[in-house]
Design a protein around this ligand. Sequence first.
Ligand code: TYM
Length: 402
Amino acid sequence: MSGLNNDNEGNGDNEEFVVTPWEVRGKIDYDMLVERFGTQRVDDSLLGMIESRVGELHLQLRRGIVYSHRDFDLILKRFDEGEKFALYTGRGPSGGVHLGHMLPWFFTKWLQDNFDADLYFQMTDDEKFLFNPDLTLEDTQKFSLDNALDVMAVGLNPKKTFIMIDTRCSRTLYNLGIKFSKHVTFSTAKAVFGFKNSDNIGMIFFPTIQAMPCFLPSLVEGKNVPVLIPASIDQDPYWRVTRDVAPKIGFYKPSQLHGKLLPGLSASGKMSASQPETAIFTKDSPEEARKKIWRAFTGGRVTIEEQRKYGANPDICAVFAYYYFLFEEDDEALKERERRCKTGDLLCGDCKNDLIERIVKFLREHQKKREKMKDILDQVLIDDSFFDSRIKSAAERGFPDG
Ligand code: TYM
């Protein structure tokens, strides 16, 4: 298999790439990100450790999509010693959910199932209000409820999943948040997040809020609970700051498993809601999805004759990326598709049609599931009252002492 690099080489090889929580631009060099962010690679030995405990590897691990981590080995060590970990991930509700957002949630479900872990899921309605001049708080609150349907439709265990919309948990977040934020200087925030003088001060405080669910499972349990964050690599700057501060306020450092970004359907860039024509949204109709895939950038040749003769290039093909990341579970079938593409046996039109069929089937099923999730939403949405009683009893036992 080619080890699809998600590089989108059509975009000029020498362009400087940018990966921040708010902007992903250029040709991403994932190896360089490991150096830049100071993370660890998910190597064969770590994969072996996971496989020996679970008995299999998730597609995203097998294919190097989840490729980097911080202290996941420590999570496994503590797990073996009887310390269960909690999962934490989230969504910035700025509109509809696309397939890229769902990538880490599929993987999160696998982790939840296999390690029997509680999941805290943060909906940052505050973040999206603060960072997006066009959105009102009412908008982002509405999107939070809507997006929560997509999250649950992935098949998460409702008994073990707690969705927190920030503005519904503001007392909890703020009371712990002030202890955290006292340890983060403005110069650190500027260096890590690139804040500018023109940014509003809500934005500058916000990273505190995204850090909080790393500690809430510990407050709820009344003892330090290891927390694992499965998310794509763009969110990593938050965890760097969080890990620095954690021990200063009496908590474990959170661990991470980082995923690569699902590319958009054009020649360059990640799938992004800001380019809706190159992203598949969970609420797209079959016709919309079909049109977008039909217009997708491929690694094909200009003419059919050339393609038959020289073959195409799956490494730069947005369509192949969708099979690689999501829509071909079977490794052997993926290899065969790649072989047929490279030898000119498979033409782009056929490959696109096949993908359309798979994506339309997925969307139909997902849309049905997300409707059903309306019945369980109340069960999984939590607010300050969820934390109040639990945190109080932890405090009475003297936790945390930081
Ligand atoms: P948001 O809404 O931008 O993204 C939600 C999740 O989707 C991932 N992601 C992608 N993954 C693969 N391919 C893509 N094209 C793609 N685009 C986005 C993100 O990494 C994220 O995991 N501030 C956060 C919300 C948040 C959060 C968290 C995310 C709060 N707490 C903890 C992860 C973990 C945000 O706006 O995510």
